[in-house]
Design a protein around this ligand. Structure first.
Ligand SMILES: [Ca+2]
Ligand SMILES: [Ca+2]
Ligand SMILES: [Ca+2]
Ligand SMILES: [Ca+2]
Length: 506
């Protein structure tokens, strides 16, 4: 009897010890392994034997993602370029990406043996010297891995030995046709994992405008607490500034929104990787949310006591937490670019932490340009480039005067363009219409407060031109309308919007 008790005690002890081993592995049970390497800048050629390291690459984030669990591991290379990824479940496969932690820019994938982006961790793995070649937008270990460590599903399409999505944020060329058949983290097999791929299914439509892209989930890793993370740019310009806004400051607005299963379980969110221009950014207010008391206020610098924060956001006029967010204004619209990367460290109220990412897939460089307008069947008026500064209706101080007989306006305009000068084919343009009881457009005279009246959708008339007819109601909600603020916008899944604003007074 005593022996049975003793053996039972021994068994319990063994189980307890095994349990401790599991919890320290971080992998939810089972054996874990470590991946190490040393990052260097240099040159890559088609032969691995000719890969040349030049200088140690310190302060890069090696972002490893488990292709099965989606778990993200982020480690920063030290002063000698060394990094160590610990706690990887044995036999898990990882895809490795590099982010320059100084500039906050994604720089490319790690490609193994000239061919594969998937690393299978059959045991503790030393990758040796990994050379990053900025001219190719990829990195590669200078020694070959054994075949058993390559995940054959992650064999991207290459062009001259480089993944077709490299240095293009995963955008074309290299467009796939039909339903992409690649693996979960790189369905279009352009070599760029979804998190850093602006067009994750390779169909030529940006994730923001492609329903089902799930881009709001891509930066979450395996988080069970955060449910969505997005960053999106807004560029709303008065018509008169159509051609001059690019040289003006604080015109571009950037929104960060992070949703949680329970946002009150979050104690703080701080940025751990951020582009350098963030130092010149300032906070903007929100028309939808109030922020927690520690929010520095509109116009304050985003950088506070050496840190950048995302703040708890309440439903307007309440203390009901709805999400975590920050809305900022960027000093120069040209500062921000596709490839900008934001890493957030979330600390929960139970002291646990996790890191998630948001990625800038594209930026607005051009707003839609009005080319023609026409009121209630009157004469169509073409707008000559170079005259936007003097067009009536271009600003709140210079509204276009309409009479009681004018009940609609037809506008023709170009699509907005991205950082490469390409027109954004959003397929979903809309007007936001704001009505005022006074043509002075004083904020207090806004009748449809916090409501965007999406009155009509926009028709693509070819040649990158769009056209729509907007109703101009005499009254709204029983109040006579004297001022109309009209904004055309490209409605993405996340709320991105580039528009010109027209003011009308009656
Ligand atoms: Ca792609
Ligand atoms: Ca891809
Ligand atoms: Ca993506
Ligand atoms: Ca797409």
């Amino acid at each position: 009897m005593r022996k049975i008790v003793f053996y039972s005690f021994l068994l319990l002890l063994v189980l307890l010890v095994a349990g401790c081993g599991q919890s320290s592995s971080g992998g939810g049970g089972g054996e874990t392994v470590t991946v190490t390497g040393q990052l260097s800048t240099g040159t890559i050629s088609t032969s691995i034997a000719s890969v040349r390291a030049q200088a140690v690459a310190s302060n890069y984030v090696v972002v490893a993602q488990d292709v099965s669990s989606k778990k993200l591991y982020s480690v920063v290379t030290d002063g000698s370029g060394n990094f160590q990824i610990s706690g990887v479940p044995k036999d898990a496969s990882l895809v490795l990406s590099l982010v320059d932690n100084t500039t906050g820019k994604y720089v490319g994938p790690v490609v193994f043996n000239n061919d594969y982006t998937g690393l299978t961790c059959t045991g503790t793995t030393s990758l040796g010297v990994i050379v990053f070649d900025s001219s190719k937008g990829m990195a590669t270990p200078s020694t070959s891995l054994e075949a058993g460590k390559l995940n054959s599903s992650y064999k991207p399409r290459l062009s001259s030995g480089v993944p077709v999505g490299a240095r293009k944020h995963g955008k074309g060329p290299g467009t796939t046709t039909g339903t992409p058949t690649g693996p979960s983290l790189d369905a279009d097999l352009d070599g760029i994992p979804n998190l850093f791929d602006a067009d994750n299914n390779g169909n030529g439509v940006l994730d923001e405008f492609d329903s089902g892209s799930n881009l709001e989930k891509e930066g979450l890793g395996s988080s069970s607490k955060a449910t969505s993370v997005i960053v999106f740019p807004n560029l709303k310009i008065d018509l008169q500034d159509t051609e001059s806004f690019i040289s003006q400051t604080y015109k571009l607005f950037l929104a960060f929104e992070i949703d949680f299963a329970n946002p009150d379980n979050v104690s703080s969110i701080v940025l751990t990787t951020i582009p350098t221009y963030a130092a010149n950014c300032v906070f903007d207010q929100s028309t939808a949310y109030d922020f927690e008391a520690s929010w520095p206020g509109e116009g304050a610098t985003w950088l506070q006591s050496g840190q950048y924060h995302i703040y708890k956001a309440y439903q307007k006029g309440t203390t009901n937490t709805v999400k975590w967010a920050s809305f900022i204004r960027v000093q120069n619209a040209t500062d921000i670019n596709a490839g900008d990367c934001f890493r957030f460290l979330i600390t929960y109220t139970d002291s646990s932490t996790e890191e998630i990412y948001a990625y800038v897939n594209y930026v607005w460089r051009g707003i839609p340009k009005l080319t023609c307008y026409q009121f209630s069947g009157g004469t169509a008026v073409n707008i000559t480039p170079g005259t936007y500064g003097s067009v009536a209706g271009g600003s709140s101080g210079n509204p276009y005067t309409i009479t009681t007989g004018t009940t609609e306006a037809t506008y023709t305009f170009t699509k907005p363009s991205d950082e490469a000068g390409s027109y954004i084919d959003a397929n979903n343009y809309n007007w936001s219409c704001f009505y005022y009881s006074s043509a002075t457009f004083a904020p207090g005279s806004l009748i449809n407060n916090n409501v965007d009246e999406h009155l009509t959708t926009v028709t693509d008339i070819g040649g990158n031109q769009l056209q729509t007819t907007v109703a101009l109601p005499i009254t709204y909600s029983s109040t006579t309308v004297h001022g109309y603020r009209l904004e055309v916008e490209a409605n993405s899944l996340t709320g991105d919007n580039s528009s010109f604003t027209i003011y009308l007074g009656r």
